[in-house]
Ligand binder design. Sequence first.
Ligand SMILES: *Cc1c(COP(=O)(O)O)cnc(C)c1O
Length: 367
Amino acid sequence: MKNIPLVDLKAQYAGIKTEVDSAVHRVLEQASFILGPEVQQFERDFAAYVGADGAVGVASGTAALQLSLLAIGIKPGDEVITTAHTFMATAEAISQTGAKPVFVDIDPRTYNIDPQRIKAAITDRTRAIIPVHLYGQPADLEPILEIARVRKLRIIEDAAQAHGAEYHKARCGSIGDLACFSFYPGKNLGAYGDAGAVTGQDKSLLDRIRKLRDHGRTSKYEHDEIGYGERMDALQAAVLGVKLNRIEQWTEDRRRHARLYDELLAEAPVETPQEAPHNRHVYHLYVIRTKQRNTLLTHLQANGIGAGIHYPVPLHRQPAYLTNGYTDVKLPETERAASEVLSLPMYPELVDEQIHYIARTIMEFFP
Ligand SMILES: *Cc1c(COP(=O)(O)O)cnc(C)c1O
C-alpha cells in the first residue's frame, strides 16, 4: 500500500480543479483583491450555512479570535476561561488582548471543556468563556450558556475545527455570542492560504469586527478607532465559495470513514472517539487514545501511515506560558490526553481499502 498522509489536499484539488481554476481566474480578471464582492458573497453564503445572522471574513482563525475578544471589550486584567488541550491560537488571542487565559480541564470522553469545572475557575475578573469544539465535536454548550447567563459572561465559540458540526441540531457558529472559524488549508473548509471568519447574531458586534479588521475604518479616509489589517482577500473567498458547495458531501464522507474506523477498531485495545448523542461530529480529526501512543505512532509511520498528535504539549506546559505563572497549574485529564492521543488519517477522499489497511496495521501492533 502506498503512503497514506494525514490529510491529502492534492486529492481534493483534483476533484474540484475546473471550478477552482475558473473562480481564481474570475478574481484575476476583476482585479479586486481585498474584501469586495467576492468576500461579501462568501460572507452571506457562510452565514447561511452556519445558520448565523452574519459572518465577517478575516485574515485567519487567529485574527477571528483576536478581533472577537476585542469586540466584546476584553482588556488587560480580564480573565477568559478556555482549555489547554487546543491549538496555541486559542490562548494566544486572549493573551494578546492583555487578558489572562484561565485553563479548565477537559472531559476525557470528548476532549472538550468540562462544564462541571468551570464555576470553580470564575473570579470577579472573568469576562468570557471560549469553548473549543475540538476535532470537530461540539463542546457541551447548554450548561456553559447557563453559567454565562447567570454570571453575565460572553461566549465565543472556537469553531476552527467544526464547520458544519451540530449541537442539538444547531450548527456551531450559531450558538455563542460570536464564533470563530479558521479556513487554514487543512481545516474541513480550507482556503489556499490563510483565512478565517467570525459569525454571530448581534449586528453591532459584527459591525465592530468589520471595522476592526480594516484599520478602524468607517469610510475610505475616516478611521473611528485604531484597528488592524486583518481582512480576508478575494482569492480566498472565491476558492472557499467553491468548496462551500461541497462541504456537506465531504462531511458525510468523513463521518462514513469514522464509522468504518470505529467498526474495524472495535476489538483493538485503543479508545475510539465518542460522539455525544446530541452532537454531529464532523471529524476534522479522527483521534484514538492508547497508553502506547508513542510506539504505535512509530509503528504506523514505519508502515507509511501519516498519523499525528494533536496536541502533544498542553498550553499550560508550553514554554511561552510556563514563564508566565502557569507552573502550578495542574490539569490531569489534559495532561493524560496529551500523552495518549493519536490522530489517524482523515479526509473525504480516503478510500475504504486504505482504512482497512490502517486498522490492520494497528491490530498487528498489539500482541
Ligand atoms: C486552526 C485553529 C486556530 C487558528 O486558526 P488559523 O487560521 O490557523 O489562524 C484556532 N483554534 C483552533 C482550535 C484551531 O484548530
